[in-house]
Design a protein around this ligand. Structure first.
Ligand code: A2P
Length: 274
């Protein structure tokens, strides 16, 4: 069995065995966006396959029994590395340590990806709405970088609500890079729309996406038609309260929840970090 050196602030380097049945991967990049949010990239095991929008269990080799948490894979299925977008929780059992990782460190990943924010769980439609708050944008970072998304939909509308404007920077960069990417730009064309709003600080100062749907401002801001279950499909990822509220708004408009074994007109992810 292999092992790696795990350090934490207080303790000397300690050797812990890599648990059986997990991948041990190397961090290749870390980017801090705010004191609450960061992203990292790591090597991808050659045998690891996933569908864009799925999540995996992530941990660190810093204990005999490491803590694992569900993390959406933010990179698309064609990327040779894996990307994740994480919150930093001061006393979070995993993120307290994960937020300190550096290039070259080891991250553990369980072998089986899963999740409902996938094309297979939606019936065909014309427009795809991706509603997110905070790090809930992570699975959509994967979905909007998947050519299949643009083969299946005429328009893709990504929304993100965060507390502060700086927390929207990951999404801003993501959308800009996706539109300009050599490989993706021919699929994306002008199909990808992004609506970002911060609720507590900075510009563009806005409202929660729930309010924007209710008032219709989301649609007038973007110059598009309101939600219509005949033509539209939706994926939702955010806090439990946000999921419930958006589900309520969608159901009131005639949308029905889908799953991998029974596709519908909207899907929700209920896997959380810390
Ligand atoms: P607000 O600032 O009004 O609380 P958090 O960091 O707490 O997960 O919140 C991320 C963003 O999601 C914040 O802008 C927050 O708005 C917003 N938010 C929180 N709860 C809901 C909800 N039930 N519906 C829509 N947006 C929400």
């Amino acid at each position: 069995m292999s092992s790696v050196a795990a350090t934490d602030d207080a303790a000397e380097a300690t050797e812990f065995p890599i648990p059986a049945g997990v991948f041990a991967e190397n961090v290749t990049a870390v980017k801090h966006y705010t004191d609450r949010l960061f992203s990292f990239r790591m090597t991808r095991p050659q045998s690891f396959r996933f569908r864009s929008g799925e999540f995996v269990m992530i941990g660190l080799p810093n204990a005999a029994k490491p803590v694992f948490r569900a993390y959406s894979i933010a990179s698309p299925a064609w990327d040779e590395e894996l990307e994740f977008f994480s919150i930093k929780v001061p006393e979070g059992p995993l993120t307290e340590h994960l937020q300190k990782i550096k290039v070259g460190d080891t991250v553990l990943m369980r072998k089986k990806p899963t999740g409902t924010l996938v094309h297979d769980a939606l019936i065909p439609g014309k427009r795809l709405f991706l509603f997110s708050t905070g790090t809930g944008i992570a699975p959509f970072a994967s979905v909007i970088r998947d050519p299949e998304t643009y083969e299946k939909f005429d328009q893709v509308i990504l929304t993100q609500t965060c507390r502060e404007s700086a927390e929207l920077n990951y999404g801003r960069e993501l959308v800009e890079n996706t539109r300009n990417d050599e490989l993706m730009s021919e699929f994306v064309g002008d199909k990808l729309l992004f609506h970002a709003s911060s609720t507590r600080e900075g510009e563009p100062r806005g409202e929660r996406v729930t309010k924007l749907i209710e008032s219709g401002k989301l649609f007038t801001d973007l110059g598009i038609e309101p939600l219509n279950p005949e033509t539209d499909r939706a994926m939702i990822c955010g806090s439990m309260a946000m999921l419930r509220e958006i589900e309520g708004l969608l159901q009131a408009r005639g949308f029905e929840e889908g799953a991998n074994n029974k596709p519908g007109t909207y899907v929700v992810e209920r896997a959380f970090v810390d």
